[in-house]
Design a protein around this ligand. Structure first.
Ligand code: S3P
Length: 182
């Protein structure tokens, strides 16, 4: 019996990725409460630290300024284990962020179809890329280009259509448990 006991602190993070409106935050909160793990939402933490909304950061510091803050936040939060982490939809497009997240845990892509996603986010006032996008078609092009990255880097792909956030969280837990990942 040489195996060292696994403490809670050493369990891999569960990292939720996916397009805007895919349910990362709400599913993350459900996972966090079912598993009794801390929940970290990188966008919310950035807003708290900067005392500004994401929109204000984009307005004042441009998207590049936001991406720098996001990369620092991803590096910081991936220094700890045993968390549920939800990241902004663009975070994993930066290979360094994707690498940090992958090393810290299990990447789960919440897959939703574009129409559903768009219907959820179209009235949002705190999504600068949506505000800047010329049209639904532009958003769809962004969705399609990112989908390829999400699919290629994720460890699990979980469809969210016609499921409640709690059902999605339970499905994730069931899959991870049956694979001995948590
Ligand atoms: C972004 C998504 C947003 C937020 C920022 C940029 C993106 O997060 O990080 O507005 O690049 O798609 P959500 O995925 O939570 O909307």
């Amino acid at each position: 019996m040489n195996q060292r006991p696994t403490t809670n602190d050493q369990r891999p993070n569960i990292v939720l990725i996916g397009f805007m409106g895919s349910g990362k935050t709400v599913v993350g909160k459900n996972l966090s409460s079912i598993l009794s793990r801390p929940f970290i939402d990188t966008d919310s933490l950035i807003e708290q630290r900067q005392a500004k909304t994401i929109t204000e950061i984009f307005d004042q510091d441009s998207e590049a300024g936001f991406r720098k803050l996001e990369a620092l936040m991803v590096a910081e939060v991936t220094g700890k284990k045993n968390q549920v982490i939800s990241v902004g939809a663009g975070a994993v497009l930066d290979p360094k962020n994707a690498d940090n997240l992958k090393k810290s845990g299990i990447l789960i892509y919440l897959k939703t179809d574009f129409s559903t996603t768009y219907d959820r986010i179209k009235a949002s006032k705190n999504r600068p890329l949506l505000a800047a996008s010329g049209s639904r078609d532009d958003m769809q092009a962004l969705f399609e280009s990112r989908r390829i990255t999400y699919e290629s880097i994720s460890d699990y792909i979980v469809g969210t259509m016609n499921k409640s956030p709690k059902e999605v969280a339970e499905e994730i837990i069931e899959e991870l448990r049956s694979d001995g990942k948590i």
